[in-house]
Write a protein that binds this ligand. Sequence first.
Ligand code: CP3
Length: 343
Amino acid sequence: MSKNLLNTLQGNVYDVPALWMMRQAGRYLPEYKQVRASCDGFLDLCYNPNKACEVTMQPLRRYGFDGAILFSDILVMPHALGQNVWFEEGIGPKLKALKSGDDVAQLGQGDIHVHLNPVYETIDKIKGALVQESFTDTTFIGFAGSPWTVATYMIEGGSSRNFGTIKNFAYTYPEQFAQLLHLLADTTADYLIQQIHCGVDCVQIFDSWAGVLNEQDFAQFCIAPTRHMVDKIRAVHGDIPIIGFARGGGYYLPNYYAQTGVTALGIDETVPLSVMKKLGGICPVQGNLDPQVLRAGGDILRDSVMRIRESMDGVPYVFNLGRGIEKETPPDHVEQLVKWVRS
Ligand code: CP3
């Protein structure tokens, strides 16, 4: 079969689409929870190469997905830049919020690669485990957060309700905000270059909060920094496939594709199938299944999978969710998904 996911990102079309799931390693799996419980905190898991490798492999052993995604988090980047980051049980990420240009100027004093070395070691271990466990046709996916999405956490101090704090910062201190986005784009590109150097087959840029931006801001805060990253990565690794996942990008997706230079588009569940099909005529596309449908399982899951497969017939398409799997999802339903995607 060779690497059908990688080949799809290079434009190949398959009758049975390549399949992986965003957040495929995580709390819906009892074996993940067990490893997680042995850690001092979530970041401890992210920086422990043996454990991070183990949880990366878990969903492959159960389901034989066509993609393995590095286990880490988008918030290791602000951490590497010197910001305080921690995860509160049952709440989520917390950061010591940036309040001013001075706070931005303090970032990035140390060497990010020293801080992120455990992630590079994890990649090395996963490469070995994929061979050792005979997952040689599995495409290995690296990733990072987009500058805009990571900045929301850095300025809001955690997950946001209405993005008022970051927009107020961006409009009140435009130069300092541009400086922050530039710093993130530049260092995140270096981080992805190093991931590729360590052996991932392709990378995905998660822009989970692209959908809250107006037209002007989408161009400035989402497209421009992403383009800088793509250019910088391509200068070193010319033909590496880059999946751009601008969640909620909707009407802007054709511009996002054309202007960032990404290879393929991640598509969320709000995009109509006819639109995804059209985009699939321009570039490889991935995603769209509503994670709540997966959580429900049964007939609605089968019908949704079949509808997506029929719609995407004839274009390069990677089966995936429209966003990360819900932690309440029964593992059996993922088994149903795999069966119907591959039937
Ligand atoms: O996809 C994978 O399996 C690889 C690992 C991965 C994680 N986070 C592990 C994780 C990836 C690719 C991410 C990306 C990520 N992290 C995003 C972008 C994608 C998306 O879901 O929108 C964002 C916004 C984050 C930041 C983040 N990390 C939040 C908001 C949270 C808390 C919410 C939650 O789901 O708990 C996390 C924690 C997190 N990242 C967990 C996992 C498995 C759960 C933490 C735990 O085990 O306690």
